[in-house]
Design a protein around this ligand. Structure first.
Ligand SMILES: C[S@@+](CC[C@H](N)C(=O)[O-])C[C@H]1O[C@@H](n2cnc3c(N)ncnc32)[C@H](O)[C@@H]1O
Length: 265
């Protein structure tokens, strides 16, 4: 499979990027927005699909108030799963190789599902969403954070960067569009309950060190953590302006699998 070979090849670069100081600072924004999307109550047994190193399991598992009892990370790439196992000494979590369009799970076994940066790699989204619906318990939620291509400027920029960077694959990676994603979720029987765009200029500069050498070099800049935090704050302020609200580079969202009516079989 193209994605499997691709991530087996770039796993080292991808994982190293996650530990860059400016990536950590900018990622804290995404973590915060994901946590804000999660309603109160115990999370129970969770799944992270396209888990890579298992960033969602790490974030959620470290928060006792979220009451994560255990979880499974699923990814197509064995190199990414090796990184996940190294990164997670926590024995509540297991990591299994599998395809997002054919999940190695029984029906209705997960309380909630998380995907961070994985949906845009899966071209058959109808099947992926149907699989997530199948493995979720009724009432459970599917949470994601993904690149968004609604705004023309980012769409053009991405088209160029996807062609130039050896760590991206422009033929198989397709960021989300709002209307299309809404329809695909509805088609899989999932009710959209949360949709918040985020990420602007700061995201371009301080994320993507796996993609752009120039971003990687920023680690040598004195005070880089402070600068990255200032960029987060600027991006957040800009995206609060009414005419910029829909121009985020990323979207944090959630969709719920409806609880069956008592008359359903
Ligand atoms: C951009 S990385 C995100 C990794 C991780 N979620 C994170 O936030 O760091 C995308 C991940 O999706 C995985 N992936 C791509 N296509 C997949 C598929 N069809 N099924 C399962 N995993 C897949 C890749 O191997 C890779 O680990």
């Amino acid at each position: 499979m193209t994605q499997q070979a691709h991530y087996d090849r770039i796993a080292d670069v991808f994982v190293r990027n996650l530990d860059e100081p400016h990536t950590e600072e900018y990622s804290a924004l995404f973590d915060r927005l994901l946590l804000e999307a999660i309603p109160d109550g115990p999370l129970g047994y969770i799944g992270e699909i396209c888990c890579g190193r298992g960033e969602a399991l790490r974030l959620l598992g470290n928060r006792p108030e979220l009451e994560v009892t255990g979880g499974i990370g699923i990814d197509i790439s064995s190199a990414m799963l090796d990184a996940a196992r190294l990164h997670h000494p926590d024995d509540r979590f297991v990591f299994v190789q599998g395809d997002a369009t054919d999940l190695p799970l029984a029906d209705e076994v997960l309380d909630h599902v998380f995907v961070l940066g994985g949906i845009h790699h899966v071209n058959d989204r109808a099947t992926m969403f149907a699989e997530i619906h199948r493995v979720l318990k009724p009432g459970g939620c599917f949470f994601w954070r993904e690149p968004l291509n609604d705004f023309f400027l980012w769409r053009w920029l991405r088209a160029i960067v996807y062609r130039l960077s050896p760590t991206l694959d422009g033929d198989t990676e397709h960021p989300l569009h709002t209307m299309q994603t809404r329809q695909q979720l509805a088609g899989a029987g999932l009710d959209l309950v949360h949709w918040r765009t985020c990420g602007g200029i700061g995201y371009c500069l301080f994320m993507n060190s796996d993609v752009l050498v120039v971003n990687r070099l920023l680690r040598h800049l004195p005070g880089i953590r402070r600068i990255a935090r200032a960029a987060v704050s600027l991006d957040e302020r800009l995206l609060r302006l009414p005419w910029l609200r829909h121009t985020g580079l990323q979207v944090v969202g959630a969709a719920r699998k409806p609880v069956r009516a008592s008359s359903d079989p």
